[in-house]
Design a protein around this ligand. Structure first.
Ligand code: SF4
Length: 381
């Protein structure tokens, strides 16, 4: 094993291929690039080997794009690079799956390479909404995939849902939540639709052609999600994430606790020892850099102490448990209250932040004003 750094890291792997671009999507994903998958996997395996093999890996998350766009041979091939890593005993290994790209063979391949958590990108249980946002699958296809995954032995599954879709009603959203709760996945994520720049939805919105629910209805949909999920045994542990007991996504908690993660593949962002790096955004540039330079970074930023403190608070406060002042002091060598006592008192008085023992976290009302509150945690230069 040689001189292995015993520090534990997390690993993100990006698969940038999609069958079709969804109308709201601004992720680094591409369609019509099927001819590049083989070469991409080849250089990606090199990157994983060169950047992750010296560490102990606690969590792996393969996201996209659509990881299940790859065929089973390519999944096995990727699995070879992962099989060579030093995985800790109770490692978590998640793969994002899109219905419409999944079958028994691919699910078996995922199981064989050690995947122990699946994350289904469902978004809605209504076919007309799925169609209107550009998804390639039906609700029925998802249900079949879900049952197949259970049959094959996956016992840790997340389902992603989006609310606030064009013309969506409260009744439809409630139906989404109730239908998914009946399936009893271990984890559910609920995101509100965000209209990002340079997407087909943005163009429609600019022309006044996108009929989105009002902000008030969207807020009510979020509140309703909290109620329905809680009534069905899911605990909220982050703004958009809910789980059955002990089934939180360990990988995402790494991001929210500002711990180290290595990210491989097109457009992937890493954070290791305070250094943020970003890989080339296109598949072609990524492949070319990996071949010619042996790495694919195009940007590097060394976080200052101020960056780290602010990011630690901004990310940590996304979690319902918030942040521990003791952990803050251990990490930054300064008592939390030395920096933030006034801010803390102000928002405690306004009942937007609670302090319990050593932790501070948003109240229910505080979550709705979180951006305003967090802006007061920015430090002077
Ligand atoms: S499947 Fe996911 S990554 Fe691909 S286009 Fe749709 S939202 Fe984007």
């Amino acid at each position: 094993m040689g001189n292995i750094d015993q520090k534990v890291k997390s690993l993100y792997i990006h698969i940038p291929f999609c069958k079709k671009k969804c109308y709201y999507c601004d992720f680094p994903s591409f369609c019509g690039k099927d001819h590049l998958t083989e070469e991409y996997i080849k250089v990606l395996k090199k990157e994983i080997d060169s950047r992750a093999s010296e560490f102990n890996i606690a969590t792996i998350f393969i996201g996209g794009g659509t990881p299940t766009f790859l065929n089973s041979k390519e999944l096995y091939s990727l699995g070879e690079a992962i099989g060579k890593l030093n995985l800790i005993n109770d490692y978590e290994f998640t793969v994002e799956c899109n219905p419409g790209t999944l079958n028994r063979e691919k699910l078996m391949a995922l199981k064989d390479i050690g995947v122990n958590r699946l994350s289904f990108g469902l978004q809605s249980t209504h076919d007309y909404h799925l169609k209107s946002i550009g998804r390639i699958h039906s609700y029925q296809e998802f249900v079949e995939n879900y049952h197949l995954a259970r049959e094959i032995g996956f016992d840790n599954i997340n389902v992603d849902l989006i609310f606030g879709l064009p013309k969506e009603t409260m009744e439809e959203w409630e139906e989404d939540l109730n239908r998914i709760c009946t399936l009893e996945p271990e984890h559910i994520s609920c995101y509100s639709l965000i209209i990002e720049d340079d997407t087909p939805f943005k163009k429609l919105q600019d022309k006044g052609l996108l009929k989105l629910p009002s902000e008030e209805l969207e807020r009510d949909m979020y509140r309703r999600a909290l109620e329905i999920l809680e009534n069905n045994g899911y605990t909220q542990y982050e703004i958009s994430n809910f789980s059955k007991p002990h089934r939180e996504c360990k990988h995402n908690i790494v991001y929210w606790e500002l711990k180290d993660y290595i990210a491989c593949g097109t457009g992937a962002h890493s954070y290791v020892d305070g250094l943020r790096t970003k890989n080339a955004a296109t598949i072609e540039e990524y492949i070319s850099l990996m071949k010619n330079e042996g790495h694919a970074y195009v940007e590097e930023h060394k976080n200052s102490r101020k960056d780290d403190i602010e990011e630690y608070i901004f990310m940590g406060m996304r979690m319902t448990e918030g942040i521990s002042m003791k952990a803050f002091e251990e990490r930054f060598n300064i008592p939390f209250r030395d920096l933030y006592n006034n801010v803390l008192l102000k928002y405690q008085q306004e009942k937007l932040i609670n302090v319990h023992d050593d932790r501070l976290y948003f109240t229910k009302k505080g979550v709705e004003f979180s951006n305003l509150v967090l802006s007061d945690f920015l430090l002077d230069e």
